[in-house]
Design a protein around this ligand. Structure first.
Ligand SMILES: [Zn+2]
Length: 376
């Protein structure tokens, strides 16, 4: 799990033929009914719709409010409930629906990979950038995932690698709003994502603000203007810890034909690896852990019904053990348990963690930071 600080705010997509402000958003559409941008006009390049619709608004979460002046387009995740509404009855409807269906069958990992070639569909609609008041086109693109924030992003190609790749492919404007580390202000050949070095430019009243601290100032401004508020974004994901190898902590599960997967009773923990001499723990090419070939390890009895049963032979990835050791640091002398909750409460979270960068960041994109993660 990771937690990110950021800001949520609302943008108002423009309907090609809707009367802005006329009606509330359709219920259950995922938008907030209030806050359609006053004075929002028609989108010049929008695809004409066949029937009038009410304007809607979309809530966005970002960790980089300091770059919002550089947002040149807007992206919805294919699963976003508003996609269907925005394209319904337009010339883009069939294309968008095909795209959404295809995205649904692609894994989240493949979709969000930096390397993957960017794909997307223009919805034919524009949105209003709440900080500039300008109109930006709304796309559907599969690199935006529904479980990140609100499933909608303000794309800032000048300062985000994937947005840069998307803008380059679709010929969208790339606007620099932070100077490079060398003070560069010119055209960009790649995204510049540093949060520490540089000064805001092309950012209205915020131009000249050092990027370090600018996010806070823009957030305050959004809050004061009633356009956004500080928010934390929590994300929990399943984590596959199984490995088909000898080394690693055994997964304390027993498989019983009658009872299913049964946890090893606490009294029987720890399940220890059997000693294997050199030559006995290499993979055998059968896709199973070498432990699967050790009958003395595999064969056991079910803790629930007492019938013969089999031990789980996969082992845990190394990170399964290293993901909690910082808790142990709070009570290293205790032998009866992994860590003392009272001590953990007293000592953690730490303010500053100095150690291998691998353990200090919730994501590879943030590895320049040296703070303790909220969780590994
Ligand atoms: Zn059983």
């Amino acid at each position: 799990m990771w937690i990110r600080d950021g800001v949520v705010f609302t943008v108002a997509p423009l309907e090609a033929d809707g009367a802005p402000g006329a009606d509330a958003a359709p219920s259950g559409a995922g938008g907030t009914p209030e806050a359609s941008e006053p004075g929002a006009g028609r989108a010049e390049d929008a695809v004409p719709a066949t029937s009038p619709r009410a304007p809607v608004s979309i809530t966005v979460f970002t960790t980089r409010p300091d770059t919002l002046f550089g947002a040149t387009f807007f992206i919805l995740a294919p699963e976003h409930p508003l996609v269907e509404h925005l394209v319904a009855g337009t010339a883009k409807e069939a294309e968008a629906k095909r795209y959404v269906a295809k995205a649904m069958s692609t894994s989240a990992i493949a979709r969000s990979s930096v390397e993957k070639e960017k794909t997307g569909v223009f919805t034919g609609r524009d949105a209003v950038n709440p900080v500039t008041g300008g109109q930006i086109p709304i796309y559907v693109a599969d690199y935006v995932l529904m479980d990140y924030g609100t499933g909608a992003i303000m794309a800032v190609p000048g300062h985000d690698e994937r947005d840069f790749a998307f803008a380059s492919k679709f010929g969208l404007p790339i606007r620099r709003v932070i100077t490079g580390p060398d003070g560069a202000t010119g055209e960009m050949t790649e995204a510049y994502a540093s949060k520490n070095e540089g000064v805001l430019i092309n950012s209205g009243d915020f131009s000249g603000t050092p990027v370090d601290g600018a996010a806070k100032r823009v957030t305050e401004w959004l809050e004061n203007a009633g356009k956004g508020k500080t928010a934390k974004n929590y994300r929990l994901r399943d984590w596959l810890i199984s490995r088909q190898r000898y080394w690693g902590a055994p997964i304390p599960i027993i498989h019983c034909a009658s009872c299913g997967a049964v946890p090893v009773p606490e009294a029987d923990l720890t399940v220890r690896l059997p000693f294997l001499p050199a030559g006995a723990f290499e993979p055998r090419g059968d896709g199973r852990s070498p432990l699967a070939n050790i009958p003395e390890f595999v064969n056991t009895t079910c803790p629930q019904c007492g019938d013969p049963a089999r031990r789980e032979t996969d082992t845990m990835g190394g990170f399964a053990c290293s993901s909690w050791y910082f808790l142990r640091f709070a009570s290293p002398q205790h032998e009866g348990f992994a860590f003392d909750p009272v001590e953990v409460k007293r000592w953690l979270p730490v303010d500053l963690y100095v150690g291998c960068l691998l353990y200090t960041s919730p994501s590879p994109r943030d590895r320049t930071r040296s703070r303790m993660p909220s969780s590994a």
